[in-house]
Design a protein around this ligand. Structure first.
Ligand code: URA
Length: 271
């Protein structure tokens, strides 16, 4: 039976959920914030019932999308990425790309952070909650650890010259419930990531975790891949454990330190 809550009861219930740790309303499916932003049509009045306030559905039905799926979407990504001749152009192309469903549930397109002149470019997986809110990659707990790790070898996003660091992700939009991106989503974003690497032209790529390895090396298995130089788009690339993994498995920091030193040595060797 429908029950209309009075203001004080509804407020108390909300406060109780916040007390329990709820920080945002998350549904099973992504919320289409573009459709939600449009004025919902007022509900037709039901005879004998007081008019209801218009409420956006928790999980809005996907808007009719003329965007093609599958191979066509990958092709659209390829041509959009190829037409970008600067990082600003690429950021614009990505934020206007309408073929990926994840975009509809995201608050922000998370493009990059740090200094694009850097010799080292990190490619992570996808934004989480904090990154989605702030619009910058790696700003949550894993990001803080990542900053400390690279700081230990003299690299920082705010650094310049030899101390510079540049960071992006395979996926620019947060997957719902932080699930892994699907192979189709990765394939759709790959042309943008490749163009991003071409435009930044780093001396070294760091592939942070399995999603980055899947996207740029075509294979996963970070435990075996990490610590071994590979070649990606004609550049040396080093797979490393993702800092979120290191937070769950602190013993693996030993290997991460080894890999950081490999980066340091390569930068020194190549001057
Ligand atoms: N994990 C990632 O791979 N990227 C982020 O931006 C945040 C967490």
């Amino acid at each position: 039976m429908d029950r209309v809550l009075d203001f004080h009861t509804a407020k108390a219930m909300l406060e109780w959920q916040i007390e329990l740790g709820a920080t945002e309303a998350i549904g099973e499916t992504p919320v289409d914030r573009y459709a939600a932003a449009a004025d919902p049509a007022p509900a037709a009045p039901v005879p004998g019932k007081p008019p209801q306030a218009a409420v956006a559905p928790a999980a809005a039905a996907p808007a009719a999308d003329p965007a093609p799926a599958g191979a066509d979407a990958v092709e659209a990504a390829r041509s959009a990425a190829a037409e970008a001749h600067s990082l600003e152009g690429l950021r614009y192309a990505l934020s206007s790309f309408a073929h990926c469903e994840l975009k509809k549930g995201a608050r922000n397109t998370v493009f990059s952070d740090g200094n694009p002149e850097a010799r080292v470019m990190i490619v992570g997986e996808a934004p989480g909650r904090d990154e989605d809110i702030e619009g910058r990659p790696f700003v949550g707990r894993a990001g803080k650890l990542l900053d400390r790790m690279f700081d230990a070898i003299g690299l920082a996003r705010a650094g310049s010259g030899a101390a510079a660091l540049y960071i992006t992700n395979v996926m620019p939009w947060r997957p719902p419930q932080n699930r892994d991106p699907t192979p189709e989503e990765i394939a759709m974003m790959l042309p943008f990531v490749e163009r991003h690497v071409d435009l930044v032209a780093p001396d070294i790529l760091v592939l942070m975790g399995n999603t980055a390895c899947q996207a740029l090396l075509g294979r996963k298995g970070i435990t075996r891949l990490r610590g071994h130089w590979a070649e990606v788009l004609g550049r040396p690339a080093l797979p490393m454990f993702h800092p979120a993994y290191l937070l769950r498995n602190p013993a693996a920091k030993r290997e991460a330190w080894h890999d950081l030193l490999m980066i340091r040595h390569r930068l020194e060797e190549e001057g």
